[in-house]
Ligand binder design. Structure first.
Ligand SMILES: Nc1ncnc2c1ncn2[C@@H]1O[C@H](COP(=O)(O)OP(=O)(O)O)[C@@H](O)[C@H]1O
Ligand SMILES: [Mg+2]
Length: 257
């Protein structure tokens, strides 16, 4: 890993009532690194990502972004982080350009930089010519592209995306994957969650497999295979074994009987 640590998650735990959503999670991400969070529903991925932004506070442990402790400096952290939530809420009654202008203004971008940056993304996401339409008329995929643009408008150092490829058609998903790769070359780090293991394998430098609020394994895809003693396996086989859902084949067979 690169020596500059953009994200350091150290021994983080979180309870919701008596439910332990995160149990002593530690992870570190270097500059330009692309990191995937994999895990079944309820494994704590979204909770962890919200904590990076300071939207949820850990009960124990610390999170630092670019050396800044999120606990008491969440506004400072949000200036250098871009966030795409799991179920983004957009202002339906704004046009795409009004929405993006508004987000850029929150970040106090100057008019010229704002115009250029928004233009670049509209082109890249093939939304050019549609920017004066209301977001209420946008498809889910188009909204997702607008939300990803909003997350990147202020040139964050760290991009946090919760299931970013949800609702995207294969072409749009490809554009987002290429974008993550391009950002990485420019030194921007990305942490994102996904259910789609091929995507994780194609895009991530390293990944963590989570279950029940803990990190079961972490590393490159090949690290994970050797840790699990499954050298020739697919990421899917590995995932199913580690998360204890390896009996799905039997379940499916039983269902089909
Ligand atoms: N605000 C909340 N209040 C109570 N329980 C929550 C809350 N947010 C998440 N949880 C619970 O914490 C666990 C982890 O959830 P989450 O982080 O959303 O997992 P994932 O994103 O991996 O599906 C789940 O059991 C979920 O029901
Ligand atoms: Mg989630």
């Amino acid at each position: 890993m690169e020596n500059t640590r953009v994200l350091e998650i150290d021994s983080v735990s979180k309870y919701f009532g008596s439910l332990k959503a995160l149990d002593n999670v530690s992870l570190a991400i270097g500059s330009g690194e692309v990191f995937g969070l994999l895990g079944p529903n309820g494994s704590g991925k979204s909770t962890l990502m919200k904590m990076i932004l300071g939207l949820i506070k850990p009960d124990a442990g610390t999170i630092k972004v670019d050396g800044i402790d999120v606990r008491n400096n969440s506004l400072q952290v949000r200036r250098i982080v871009g966030y795409v939530p799991e179920t983004p809420r957009v202002y339906e009654f704004l046009t795409a350009i009004e929405y993006l202008d508004f987000i850029a203004d929150i970040h106090q971008m100057d008019a010229q930089a704002k115009k250029e940056r928004i233009g670049e993304f509209l082109r890249a996401f093939e939304l050019e010519g549609r920017e004066n339409e209301m977001l209420s008329g946008y498809s889910q995929g188009m909204k997702q592209k607008a939300v990803i643009t909003a997350a990147l408008i202020h040139k964050p150092k760290l991009l946090v995306m919760d299931e970013p490829l949800n609702g995207l058609d294969p072409r749009s998903a490809r554009i987002v994957k290429d974008l993550i790769h391009q950002l990485s070359k420019e030194g921007v780090s990305t942490i994102f969650s996904t259910h789609v293991l091929e995507i994780a394998e194609a895009v991530c430098d390293r990944m963590a497999i989570m279950s029940g609020g803990t990190v079961l394994a972490e590393g490159t895809a090949s690290d994970l295979r050797s840790q699990a003693g499954m050298p020739g396996s697919t990421l899917e086989e590995l995932f199913l074994k580690l998360t204890g859902t390896g009996d799905v084949k039997n379940i499916v067979e039983a269902l089909l009987k």
